[in-house]
Write a protein that binds this ligand. Structure first.
Ligand code: MG
Length: 154
């Protein structure tokens, strides 16, 4: 078995759709990024890559590569789950935290799990938690969001 950890943060800006865990969430701002800025997917991707011992998300999907511009992060995650399979591993468990003051995410958790399962990770092995940052720091000021993930591969 192997374990990996992932972290990501993105800036919240006007004029972008908010995509989290592969789900579009109605909100006045979205996450800035070369891809769709899906901070939850990116944290999961880094956790899986970490468990594989294969570097990080930037190595596999460089933001200088136009192939990944505005790419769906679910597609990037699918690519990494397939890479794990090629190397003889299945995702046994993913636990995550999304940290943001707004919007409230609880009601989107089931849709996010279903969207993530399209990348090849069964709904039954994904947990998603949503937290605020109690008004502190860049997250508390609504300037951005962060996500953390751990992944167990077997
Ligand atoms: Mg990112």
């Amino acid at each position: 078995m192997r374990i990996g950890i992932g972290y990501d943060s993105h800036k919240l800006v006007e004029g972008r759709r908010l995509i989290l865990g592969g789900v579009e969430i109605p909100f006045e701002k979205g996450l800035l990024g070369h891809s769709d800025g899906d901070v939850l997917c990116h944290a999961i991707i880094d956790a899986v890559i970490g468990a594989l011992g294969m570097g990080d998300i930037g190595k596999h999907f460089p933001d200088t590569d136009d192939r990944w511009k505005d790419a769906s992060s679910i597609m990037l995650l699918q690519h990494i789950v397939e890479l794990a399979r090629t190397n003889g591993f299945e995702v046994a468990w993913i636990d995550t935290i999304v940290i943001t003051e707004d919007p409230k995410l609880l009601r989107y958790v089931d849709s996010m799990k279903r969207a993530l399962s399209q990348a090849g990770i069964p709904v039954s092995v994904i947990n998603i938690k949503a937290k605020t940052n109690e008004g502190m720091g860049f997250i508390g000021r609504g300037e951005g969001m962060a996500a953390q993930a751990v992944c167990l591969l077997k």
